[in-house]
Write a protein that binds this ligand. Structure first.
Ligand code: FAD
Length: 504
């Protein structure tokens, strides 16, 4: 007898709503005299990874986290079975087959809100009913579950962050239990070791998306995986950076002033609930402060993660390669496919001739992670300066980031390109030179990632003086600026307006 918990983007043992519920049910059955074990299941679905542009760095992080999870679960005699299912259409059938094979009648899982995943779970529930298996899905990944908040004025879901955030805070204050952590699972009955002996000795799964040796080394150093590493990072952040987060979070220092918990939050080795609970405590049991301080601003940043998941549920077309504002689907991108491809290539390889953009794109290629400010700068640059369809950038981020997360990435690109959930459409254009003056005034970041500028005197990059003229750039072996930034606002306004009219 068993209860199965299907792990997805919740690779942790503690503070896991569905796993906790699975364990409670199994314990109740055992108490009633029916030895009942919890079995963990994880499905590797190569076709899904291909369709969803899974990045090898995220895959690597996920498998490393899975290994740690397996060890932790073993301490409670809970086995975890990892199954590779080549065709995505076979996933549900195979899961139910395994549950039947293990003598289970119950499957628990935490909900995922992307359209494909919702469809998969609908199939799971329906086919489960046919086979006499009950499927229980729990809300876990957001602090406030999607589908809960509606604008009082219109009765519709929100489309702009600020009013949504006010309601989110109010809802959380009125329902403080949402920050309570679910109970940790209890140990399986002793009989599990013999009844399910073969599940404990499964060899490591094959990685369908292996990383290059060099990148793997970098990932191991920069992003230790598993829940323990996540909690260590959280503690370090809380003591070292949280108090000054509101002032420093955009600074481009070599030791990031932010939590760098995003790979953990995307893979679920830590929950947003745990992060917010800690910030709440650090803020003397408050979610906000006036004036804003480190913990309150960090909470508001974590809320963006909830916000974009709420958007996914209220506007599911964003999962289908369509902008949040559908009338922006027809922007007439001005370049030929060839020119677009050349510009995209310059952007990806960090050869645009704009030091800050190039630094960020090279960091992204080398580390599979960049700070939030840099994500905004390079996304705005691709969509509004280069005028390349922002969806190509969105896809590149998904295929590259170690923390790639569909909702946050799609939301971030929508925001930066002016087609998303934001009150400002096309006229927010980041000036890469000004951004560099503001966030990298000592040129540490650009010099680290664009070493060919190292021959310039201090201050010459930020002032732009060292890069004036073709000759200077040729001497440094650094490319000419691929576009004229000064024209961006006018041109972006033109094409976005045309897109708007076409889309009406
Ligand atoms: P912290 O500043 O410490 O914040 C803590 C956590 O809050 C983050 O880990 C993240 O989970 C959440 N968070 C913070 N800011 C945002 C935000 N603007 N939107 C959503 N969640 C946020 N984040 C991803 O996790 N995956 C992505 O694929 C992703 N793609 C992005 C693409 C673009 C174009 C932009 C502008 C932003 C994107 N973000 C994405 C959001 C944000 O940049 C990262 O979450 C953040 O930089 C991660 O660093 P951190 O963990 O140190 O963040």
């Amino acid at each position: 007898r068993c209860v199965v918990h299907w792990f997805r983007t919740d690779l942790r043992m503690d503070d896991n709503t569905a796993l906790s519920a699975a364990s409670t049910l199994a314990a109740a059955k055992t108490a009633a005299g029916e030895d009942c074990s919890v079995i963990g299941l994880f499905v590797i679905s190569p076709q899904d990874y291909e369709a969803h542009l899974m990045s090898p760095a995220r895959m690597d992080f996920m498998l490393r986290s899975l290994k740690k999870l397996k060890k932790n679960l073993q301490k409670l005699e809970i086995p975890i079975w990892v199954e590779t299912v080549e065709k995505r259409r076979d996933v549900v059938g195979r899961v139910l087959e395994l549950v039947e094979k293990w003598g289970g009648k119950h499957v628990f899982a935490n909900m995922e809100y992307e359209v494909d995943e919702l469809r998969r779970d609908e199939k799971l529930i329906l086919q489960g009913i046919e086979r006499g298996i009950s499927v229980e899905l729990r809300q876990d990944t957001c602090v406030v579950p999607p589908g809960t908040l509606f604008s009082q004025a219109s009765g519709k879901p929100y489309s702009v962050y600020t009013p949504w955030f006010k309601t989110w805070l109010k809802y959380l204050r009125e329902n403080p239990y949402l920050l309570d952590l679910p109970a940790a699972p209890s140990a399986n009955p002793r009989s599990t070791a013999t009844t399910f002996a073969d599940l404990f000795c499964q060899p490591s799964p094959t990685n369908p998306l292996p990383l290059s040796e060099e990148l793997r080394e970098t990932q191991l150093t920069l992003f230790p995986a598993g829940s323990r590493a996540a909690h260590q990072r959280l503690q370090h952040f809380i003591t070292q950076h949280l108090p000054t987060y509101h002032k420093n979070r955009n600074n481009l220092t070599s030791n990031p002033p932010t939590s760098v918990l995003s790979p953990h939050l995307s893979t679920g080795t830590i929950s947003a609930r745990t992060c917010i609970s800690h910030a709440y405590l650090a803020n003397k049991n408050s979610l906000t402060s006036d004036p804003p301080n480190g913990p309150s601003v960090w909470i508001s940043e974590l809320a963006w993660r909830d916000f974009y998941r709420h958007i996914l549920v209220s506007s599911p077309w964003v999962c289908m390669n369509k902008p949040f504002k559908p009338h922006f689907a027809s922007i007439p991108w001005p370049h030929s496919p060839r020119k677009s491809a050349a510009l995209l290539d310059a952007w990806i390889t960090g050869q645009t001739g704009f030091p800050l953009v190039d630094a960020a794109m090279r960091q992204l290629a080398a580390q599979c992670w960049i700070p939030n400010r840099m994500r905004m700068v390079v996304a705005s640059f691709l969509a509004k300066d280069m005028m390349v369809d922002w969806r190509l950038g969105e896809q590149y981020f998904m295929r590259t980031l170690v923390d790639a997360d569909f909702a946050s990435n799609s939301g971030g690109w929508g925001w930066a390109s002016g087609t998303g959930a934001d009150a400002q459409p096309w006229f927010r254009i980041f000036n890469p030179q000004r951004q560099m003056c503001e966030w990298d005034p000592k040129e540490e970041y650009v010099r680290r990632w664009v070493p060919e500028l190292g021959r310039l005197d201090q201050g010459q990059i930020v002032s732009g003086k060292g890069l004036q003229g073709e000759k200077a750039r040729r001497r440094l072996k650094y490319p000419e600026e691929c576009v004229v930034h000064g024209d961006a606002r006018k041109k972006a306004a033109e094409i976005y307006k045309t897109g708007l009219e076409k889309g009406k």
